[in-house]
Ligand binder design. Sequence first.
Ligand SMILES: Nc1nc2c(ncn2[C@@H]2O[C@H](COP(=O)(O)OP(=O)(O)OP(=O)(O)O)[C@@H](O)[C@H]2O)c(=O)[nH]1
Ligand SMILES: [Mg+2]
Length: 351
Amino acid sequence: MTVPTLTLTLLGASGSGKTAYLHGMYNRLSMGVQGYYLYTTDPDLDLDLAEDWARLRRTGAMPKATSERPISYEFVFRRGMRDLMTIDCVDFRGNAALDRRGAADDVALLEDRLMRSDSIVLALDSEHVAEWIKAGAPGNLDRDDDPMEISRFSRAISRVFSTRLADGDPVPGVTVLLTKADLLAERTGLRASEALQTAGRNLPKLVPVLAGDEAEGVTVALCAVQLGDFGAAGEATVDASRIAPKNLHLPIIFSLRHYLSEGIVRNRQEMGRLAESIDASRGELAALSQGLFGGLFKGAQKNSARQEIDRLLGNSSATSDDLRRAQERCRELDEELRGVAVFRDGRLLTD
Ligand SMILES: Nc1nc2c(ncn2[C@@H]2O[C@H](COP(=O)(O)OP(=O)(O)OP(=O)(O)O)[C@@H](O)[C@H]2O)c(=O)[nH]1
Ligand SMILES: [Mg+2]
């Protein structure tokens, strides 16, 4: 099985915690979670990320706000000795998705990238999600007064969905990432798990494009992650003794799971096509073998029909091996993902 490349794009308002999440996620997964590891193909980048994390632990210095020059990462996701997936990830500043085209180079870059993304992560700051929960989880958030900028991100995402559907391509999997999850409990007074469940049940009201009736063909995971219990200040320097990473690996595991299941659908279709071709070639061979006459000429035709059948059978067995391996990996990943709320076609599958 060749190693697939997953194009992943992070969206979310400025200061919602995208860069911090990426750093924390890398740190967590480079140490390994249940046999899964992440590493960067560029060893210098691995050193940069490791140094940043060591500084955070030592001094509490958070990564800087992202500039108009997005930062590209190429990660490889590995299980045991096998590379499972390359993740092509670019970290944009939040406003790259909100500014006018022409305002800065990264605006067009992000738009183009979003169109060819396999996976989109929408970061929502738990501070604001908690406010929404406290207000009774209402629908129709005021477009002009939403610090999460959900309606503008939704428009960008739904443009991607409709273009992909029109081209007959699968739509990207989406993770709604509740960042700074320490604030869920702190701000709502609920237990974090209760607040998360409330957010899950009401996701169609928070982000209708992802979880409402209109979300046909869309798969969405809801994950709450945190780097630590830093409170709401959003400071450039936090209290290093309060670093307490939670769930940072789950969104990537979900992306891998979604990507593999898309591959399974394609593999099944391919198996169906191969089975039809094999039947057709066998029919041809049987027809050629029936008549008594036509000697030499038919012999050559029969040989070529036999060769074609062998070739198709070879392809079919390789595809079925791919399919079996992908199904096995999906089962393993499902174990990891137990407890993550997943929506398909706008309906909650798990809680
Ligand atoms: N309470 C809490 N605060 C966090 C956590 N993670 C990040 N923060 C705070 O959020 C701030 C902003 O995080 P960034 O990662 O820079 O945000 P961003 O989305 O990349 O911002 P832009 O690059 O401007 O779009 C950090 O400086 C931290 O103070 C967390 O787990 N808990
Ligand atoms: Mg950033």
